[in-house]
Ligand binder design. Sequence first.
Ligand code: MD3
Ligand code: FE
Length: 207
Amino acid sequence: MDRADPDLVVRGVGIWRGLVPPAAQSALVADLRAVAEAAPFLRPVTRRGQALSVRMTSAGALGWITDRRGYRYEPRHPSGAAWPPIPDRLLRLWAAVVPDAPPPDSCLVNFYDAAARMGLHQDCDEADLTQPVVSLSLGDDALFRLGSVARGGRTESLWLHSGDVAVLAGAARLIHHGIDRIRGGSSSLLPEGGRINVTLRVAGPPR
Ligand code: MD3
Ligand code: FE
């Protein structure tokens, strides 16, 4: 897991194709199962009460939550338990792709079934928006859409596959992005199918 340059750069987003090899993908799925056992997947709702189609949980000091009170980072799962620690394998992935960044304090785990989507949005709930975000795709292929920092305008789409890693840094950190579609049955990594996306972030204030 050590390739200095991304395979492609789309609108400033660096993408490493298959950076995580199949055996490591399986090990990561086992790590994430343990995370979900300690912090069960949630079906989040927006402030307006709209259910997201993506199920979510987190690891690390802070987990991203949305409910009737809105979007935010919280130190605990709604059960009241602290989020489990970020798996070491993911901390090593972060260090390999963003060696100059401080360690991540948040690991958001998104689960998509074949019908799930994520609308175009910006990630701006983190305290320091100059810190990078690292994303890892596992399982079924996903059609990823990239817009601009400003709202509106043209967008560009590409498929993400299991083992692909995206790094969102610099000007690309505030770009609009979303997931339009999951190609059900395209991967056998997850026995029940679907896709997991893991995003590692520095969410809290500098410490
Ligand atoms: C571009 N997740 O969790 S990952 C999210 O596949 C999120 O689950 C999507 O958007 C997913 O917020 C996309 C790729 C990604 C993640 C963060 C970004 C792209 C990004 C932040 C800034 C720009
Ligand atoms: Fe996002």
